[in-house]
Design a protein around this ligand. Structure first.
Ligand code: AMP
Length: 217
């Protein structure tokens, strides 16, 4: 199963993509995670993209498409993948179409998580991430605790989750990524909107039902 999960920053797509990927035993390919790891490891790419990410802007299409190409080349994505945070521009969607065509593959579904603006800001400003294992949680759950419930690593706020940067990320999403809704709606794969409000498990169930309705198992 080859799936793209679209959604604004804070829509829950990382959490939901991880759950879907585990359920279907395919890799979750998150360009945000790949780029953050490059920044943390201070690789050549990491040094190039750090300032752009910190400002909440988009990294160049070439860099991101190369990173995804690399991942898709690996044997673990032969059975499929859940793409999380990619594509984010029309050029990236075109790049993905070329990559898949070269492999005689196609997307099975493009899902879009729908969440209100108010909820996005609340989720992002309360988001905490484990420095060690990348576990994502919310201050609503952990309060002021600084310890990861999974691995006891340190919970921190992503620097691009600070409110000034968040506004920028939402504006960038509106301008560059929202056009993908129409792009995929017009494509043979189509676009399936899924209500992203509510509890994590019920949102996951909605996504799985949507996939079943599309005949994707
Ligand atoms: P995310 O974790 O998906 O919110 O991504 C965090 C940041 O990484 C974004 O604000 C961008 O700076 C960068 N990024 C992640 N995915 C992409 C992408 N597909 N294209 C360009 N930049 C990206």
């Amino acid at each position: 199963m080859r799936i793209v999960l679209l959604g604004f920053p804070g829509s829950g797509k990382g959490t939901q993509a991880k759950m879907m990927a585990e359920k279907y035993r395919v890799p979750q390919i998150s360009t945000g995670d790949i780029l953050r790891a490059a920044v943390a490891d201070k690789t050549e790419i990491g040094k190039k993209v750090a300032a752009v990410m910190a400002a909440g802007k988009l990294v160049s299409d070439d860099i991101v498409i190369d990173a995804v190409t690399d991942r898709l080349r690996g044997t673990e994505s032969r059975r499929g993948f859940v793409l999380d945070g990619f594509p984010r521009t029309v050029a990236q969607a075109d790049g993905l179409a070329v990559l898949l065509a070269q492999r005689s593959q196609r997307l099975d579904a493009v899902l879009s998580l729908e969440v209100t603006d108010e909820e996005l800001v609340d989720r992002i400003s309360g988001r905490r991430v484990c420095e060690t294992c990348n576990h994502v949680t919310h201050v609503r759950k952990v309060g002021s605790a600084l310890e990861c419930p999974d691995c006891e690593g340190k919970l921190v706020q992503r620097s691009d989750d600070e409110i000034a940067t968040v506004r920028n990320r939402l504006a960038v999403y509106r301008e560059k990524t929202q056009p993908l809704q129409e792009y995929y709606a017009k494509d043979t794969v189509g676009l399936t909107a899924v209500d992203g409000m509510g509890f994590i498990d019920e949102i996951q169930e909605r996504l799985l039902v949507a996939l079943r309705d599309l005949g994707v198992n």
